[in-house]
Design a protein. Structure first.
Length: 374
């Protein structure tokens, strides 16, 4: 009862608790409004939290030294300019602006989280979300390994792969890798390792390898070597009944991503190479037959070029050059998780995936004083 009173102690703490519980259910809390428009239950909780925060702070957003955010303002101008041009040329529609609104609201939400005092450590909350997704995933993997029936509802068909509540092994793998970065309890780290391996997502394996390598270089603790060995042993033990999904030498996904990237670049012509075709434009988003999930370019850099052109990419590079050293100085572990997510996004558009976005940026600015994460 004491824990219940703590996690529901006041309005902001209650909203955070409901948000964390809801997001752990992933796509299972998806609400489909029409064939191609949907929202999540956690979206409503995010809006409620933002409304509370604005009212509680008298609708005032204080940002010091606006002059130091010239690059950020320039990036906003580039994005809006590209979307307006796309709007006039019928490439960008209402749905594109809904996606933009979601990204803006998510960004403001995670920013406001760090400006709010809760009755418990939100770090633990996000860590528990990662653990819950791992547990849901392991239950799915052992009790319902054949999820090919989900193809009827517009999702990819997977066989003997851990997809958990996000219904996608790659995105699930990245969420679990982020959670693994924060957890310090060895048995939970093993659970997360096993769950990541069971996704058979090569991009997630790479992200996990980056995190393990950094942790080993940081403190030379043999635990990280042992966990790497457990990952390899798990990979050897897990059943591989056949099919492309569990074949780590598969080339079909590489070929499909190559075609996807080529189409996104071919669609650019003339001045569009300078400012792009607009964020979430109709050419970048290929609707599935049942319209259950957006099909953006699989590679984040390709999506960036398609959306904001060369000008936007150059501004983005300068933003990375500005912020990465600052982030590294503030919290090395979180910066490693960001870099791992970016590497993952070379193969899957992970950075803008709702659950990964919230899991990554929701853990921003937590545990600042402990940069090693051990």
């Amino acid at each position: 009862m004491k824990i219940v009173r703590q996690i529901f102690a006041d309005l902001p703490t209650s909203l955070l608790t409901f948000f964390l519980i809801t997001i752990s259910f992933g796509q299972l809390q998806r609400i489909q409004l029409s064939n191609n428009i949907a929202f999540y239950g956690h979206d409503l909780l995010i809006l409620l939290f933002i409304i509370w925060w604005l009212i509680n702070n008298h609708l005032k957003i204080k940002i010091k030294n606006w002059q130091s955010y010239k690059l950020e303002l320039l990036m906003i101008v580039v994005v809006l300019f590209g979307m307006l041009i796309g709007l006039f040329e019928n490439r960008v529609g209402p749905k594109s602006f809904l996606y933009l609104f979601r990204i803006i609201s998510y960004s403001f939400f995670v920013w406001s989280l760090n400006k709010t005092k809760f009755k418990y450590d939100k770090k633990i909350g996000f860590m528990l979300v990662g653990l819950a997704i791992a547990i849901w995933g392991l239950l799915q993997y052992f009790l319902m390994p054949d999820t090919r029936f989900l193809n009827i509802f517009g999702w990819d068909n997977h066989y003997y792969r851990l997809i958990s509540t996000t219904l996608d092994p790659a995105f699930t793998g990245m969420i679990l890798a982020i959670a693994f970065g924060w957890w310090q309890i060895f048995i939970i780290q093993i659970i997360l390792i096993i769950a990541i391996v069971a996704t058979f997502s090569r991009a997630s394996y790479l992200a996990l390898a980056i995190i393990l390598t950094w942790k080993w270089l940081k403190d030379k603790n043999w635990k990280w070597i042992l966990l790497g060995g457990i990952a390899i042993l798990t990979l050897l033990i897990l059943p591989k009944p056949g099919g492309e999904g569990v074949n780590l030498n598969r080339t079909s996904t590489i070929e499909a991503r190559g075609v996807n990237s080529k189409e996104a670049l071919i669609s650019l012509n003339g001045t569009q190479w300078l400012w792009g075709r607009g964020l979430f434009n109709s050419d970048a988003e290929k609707e599935s037959y049942t319209n259950n999930h957006a099909q953006l370019p699989d590679s984040f850099p390709i999506m960036l070029i398609n959306a904001v052109g060369i000008i936007g990419v150059v501004v983005f590079i300068f933003l990375l050059k500005k912020w990465l050293p600052l982030l590294w100085q503030e919290n090395q572990l979180w910066t490693i998780l960001l870099l791992a997510t970016f590497i993952h996004s070379l193969f899957n558009n992970t950075l803008l995936q709702p659950f990964v976005f919230l899991m990554l940026w929701g853990t921003k600015n937590i545990n600042k004083k402990v940069s090693s994460g051990n």
